[in-house]
Ligand binder design. Structure first.
Ligand code: NDP
Length: 492
């Protein structure tokens, strides 16, 4: 068992309550590390450190170019430690080492991209409609940002917040998920090594229901950047509203992968499989609904099931494994409950449909890759986010019907379209209510392209050039350069 401390004001700190949270390996179901169970007093210390750092000479007096260089340095350190951090993440959340290592190798690009952007945040000189006045704008940081992140892609989802917010000149108090805090604390060491001034990055661990409210409502916090489930997101949004705080929310999804009869069937099958089973369905962009064009429906479902049967379950640290366990016992229970709900509602289970218990799977929380066919779009299994390896297949006849079904949930995070027709690709991309639409591919993300949700999938965008605006406010500056003082009783 290894113990890790929190990072507050540049110091490694135990919890003020002197208690710990155990981090459990989802493959062995055994605790392997402990992180401090942070308290409200710890949150207050961290916010105070972030507030002081925000106005400190070391940070506020640093040029934007120098801030960018710090982010480059951090990127190099992450690249150097990528393999080791990826192993920690897999041990913490049970997701495949192939996926976590891929993410860790890619994460430095976000820090480099936003590091490069730091000194390009140029305001505008506005040709104002009044004589004798110079008007221009500046972008300024907001202040202390609270970042709250989930367990499924711990550092990747945090990076989408940390890189732009730091490039913009803010400071941060970050609370990772209680199930996956170790990689955050390792990253904390790298922030120190890179040379970030004390207090610019603070990491508080613990339970969201114990310290979340204080984080979100603290009077010295200017903004909350949250990724997690939509129910928690709504709660955070309501609480932040009490303090009129800036908020971005990256929430859940029920994304549709839509396959037309003119698509390459082999490619579409791979896209549908990777969309749902690759991360055991534990990704916000999981393609948890497959909408299949009626003329190819039977053939597609038959081939899809045969392909899915070949998925190799096992130790997520093995590079041979294709489907790992789900992350927590609560999640395991929730996924199995949804499978039962689908059966009770009359969906036809054509693959899996229960827990996976085999000697090679040890005590891990494994659920069989599960496919339901003939799903009615109104069933709960087709409406609610399961966050597990469960796919609902729904037939459709026309483009209009596919759009109506795809858009017919409260969510709008992503969608996939499989077709060889350029017209169809464009029409569908335009009409789908989703922040991301992939055509003939699925699950691609980049630091260069904005990501975020429509409807209940969220507010705001992460990645891409415009995402830095989520961490800035615009100031309009007026300078009177006229020679005579204007009439004070008339508005200029
Ligand atoms: P949760 O919503 O349960 O938790 C997210 C974070 O919020 C955790 O750090 C959690 O802490 C914290 N939290 C919990 N309660 C509160 C509270 N009252 N106040 C403030 N913070 C709180 O999500 P999960 O961790 O279960 O992650 C899975 C969810 O995340 C899925 O719904 C998924 O779709 C979504 N997600 C969205 C993405 C997107 O970009 N749109 C990307 C990835 C995931 P603790 O762990 O201690 O409870």
């Amino acid at each position: 068992m290894q113990d890790y401390d929190m990072l507050i004001g540049g110091n490694w700190a135990a919890s003020a309550g002197k208690q710990w949270v155990e981090s459990v390996n989802p493959f062995t179901a055994k605790a392997w590390a402990r992180v401090p169970r942070g308290t409200v007093a710890d949150v207050d210390r961290a916010v105070s450190a972030a507030k002081h750092a925000f106005v400190s000479k070391e940070w506020s007096g640093m040029t934007a170019s120098a801030r960018g260089l710090l982010l480059f340095r951090l990127a190099d350190l992450i690249a150097k430690h990528a393999e080791e951090i990826a192993k920690v993440e897999t041990t913490d959340n049970g997701k495949l080492i192939n996926e976590m290592a891929g993410q860790l190798r890619y994460i430095p690009q976000w820090f480099r991209y936003f590091g490069g952007l730091a000194d390009k945040l140029e305001g505008r000189v506005i040709p104002i409609d009044k004589p004798g006045v110079l008007n221009f704008t500046r972008y300024e940081p907001l202040g202390v940002v609270v970042a709250i992140t989930p367990w499924n892609s711990p550092l990747m989802l945090a990076t989408w917040k940390l890189a732009p917010l730091l490039a913009a000149g803010n400071t941060v108090v970050w609370k990772p998920s209680e199930h996956s805090s170790v990689s955050a604390l390792i990253l904390g060491k790298l922030f120190k090594e890179a040379g970030f001034p004390d207090g610019v990055v603070n990491i508080v661990t613990g339970f969201g229901n114990e310290i979340g409210e204080r984080l979100v409502t603290h009077p010295d916090v200017a903004k909350v950047a949250f990724t997690g489930g939509d129910q928690t997101g709504q709660h955070v949004y309501e609480q932040a509203a009490r303090g009129i705080k800036h908020v971005t929310l990256e929430l859940g999804g029920k994304s549709a992968n839509i396959v037309f009869d003119d698509a390459s069937m082999d490619d579409a099958i791979k896209g549908v499989i990777s969309g749902i089973f690759a991360a055991s369905g534990q990704t916000c962009i999981a393609g948890s609904r497959a909408l299949i064009h009626r003329p190819i429906y039977n053939e597609f479902v038959g081939k899809l099931v045969e392909f899915a049967k070949t998925a190799k379950m096992g130790d997520p640290l093995s590079t041979e494994t294709q489907v790992g366990p789900v992350t927590t016992p609560q999640q395991y229970k929730k996924v199995l409950e949804y499978i039962q709900i689908a059966k009770d509602e009359g969906a036809k289970c054509v693959l899996g449909g229960g827990p996976a218990k085999r000697p090679e799977l040890g005590d891990g929380w494994f659920v069989e890759p599960t496919i339901f066919s003939e799903v009615d779009p109104k069933m709960r299994i087709a409406q609610e986010e399961v966050f597990g390896p469960v796919l609902s297949i729904i037939p459709f006849d026309t483009e209009e019907q596919a759009i109506e079904i795809a858009n017919g949930t409260i969510f709008g995070l992503a969608a996939g379209v499989w077709t060889k027709s350029m017209r169809r690709a464009l029409v569908m991309s335009e009409k789908l209510q989703a922040g991301t639409v992939w055509v003939n591919t699925y699950m691609a993300v980049s630091y260069l392209s904005p990501f975020g949700g429509y409807k209940r999938s969220g507010i705001g965008r992460e990645s891409g050039i415009e995402s830095i605006r989520e961490y800035l406010q615009t100031k309009s500056i007026w300078i009177d350069v006229s020679e005579s003082t204007p009439n004070p009783f008339v508005m200029r």
